[in-house]
Design a protein around this ligand. Structure first.
Ligand code: C5P
Length: 301
């Protein structure tokens, strides 16, 4: 019997500024991040041992943060329980959309409930940080200001279904995140003011009917990502030409997104991009990191 089934949402970085390199090798960030409707499904069943399976997109076994999250939680809670973890991937891996991090956060919370291990949020956040800089955000999701290496989080009022058009250029770079961080030069660093301004606007404005503007968005990886991903600059320029609007990098890329006025506009732009040979989709912002699918189905009757 399926015990738990979660829809685990992706994110975009509406703004992302790199403040500088730290002595521990990580970089300090200032980023406004928001969950979006593109999602993986994660099923958790009780079992005798820990077994994890991935369906859908191909991902490298080592990139499967779900298995690592399960082992980490089991060791931290000194539990001897097992589980079968089945991941249906829809979020392209290593694209700057946080798919693996969202799956990992759902695994920590889901198994903590399934095994009744009762770790508190502080302990779960500690484990999340060990799994990756983006994982703590996905314990809650919605909108947040991210500082430090990503683990210092300030919750912000989420947007109300803001539509975006999303492009995920394919890539096959191993260690993509490290390579893009490694390509940063001091000129790419900024003081975080754009992100702080955007966070202030989210904090102070009722989001109903409120539209983001391109000038409020920035990504400090833009130059480095173009240097690291072959053909990204070309794809970016083509998308802007086809849609007549700006596209922004999410995370360390290569995913790109543009603001849309509403669902109709987002779908129209996605269709234009598809006609030009670019794989694109309309997505909207969502207010949580995940939903329990069975509970959602029950709630809808
Ligand atoms: O934490 P995560 O596993 O996502 O980080 C992958 C790599 O990205 C790190 O080893 C580091 O090189 C780089 N990174 C960084 N600063 C951050 C987050 C990640 O330099 N804030």
């Amino acid at each position: 019997m399926t015990e738990r089934l979660y829809r685990c949402y992706a994110k975009v970085n509406l703004s992302l500024e790199v403040l500088g390199r730290r002595s521990d090798g990580f970089h300090d960030l200032a980023s406004v991040v928001h969950t979006i409707g593109l999602a993986d499904d994660l099923r958790l069943d009780l079992a005798d041992a820990l077994i994890s399976r991935v369906e859908g997109l191909d991902i490298e076994p080592t990139a499967n943060l779900v298995a690592r999250a399960a082992t980490l939680l089991r060791d931290a809670s000194r539990s001897s329980r097992g589980a079968e973890l089945t991941l249906l991937k829809r979020i392209p891996a290593a694209a700057g959309l946080g798919g693996g991090s969202s799956d990992a956060a759902a695994t920590l919370l889901g198994l903590n409930a399934l095994w009744d291990t009762r770790l508190g949020l502080t302990e779960l956040k500690e484990l999340a940080t060990q799994l990756g800089s983006d994982v703590p955000f996905f314990l809650r999701g919605g909108a947040a200001m991210m500082r430090g290496r990503g683990e210092e989080l300030e919750a912000l009022p989420p947007l109300r279904a803001h539509w975006l058009v999303l492009i995920v250029p394919p890539h096959d770079l191993a260690d993509k995140t490290q390579r893009v961080y490694g390509a940063l030069v001091p000129e790419d660093f900024s003081d975080g003011a754009v992100s702080e301004r955007l966070a202030t606007r989210l904090r102070n404005t009722r989001s109903d009917g409120w539209q983001l503007a391109d000038d409020e968005l920035v990504n400090g990886f833009a130059r480095a990502a173009n240097a690291v991903f072959p053909r990204l600059a070309e794809t970016h320029a083509a998308a802007q030409r086809v849609c007549g609007r700006r596209f922004h990098l999410s995370g360390a890329g290569p995913a790109l997104f543009a603001l849309a006025a509403d669902r109709t506009d987002a779908r129209l732009q996605a269709a234009r991009l598809a006609a030009a040979g670019l794989v694109a989709q309309a997505v909207r912002t969502v207010k949580h990191a995940r939903v329990s699918v069975r509970r959602a189905a029950t709630a809808q009757g």
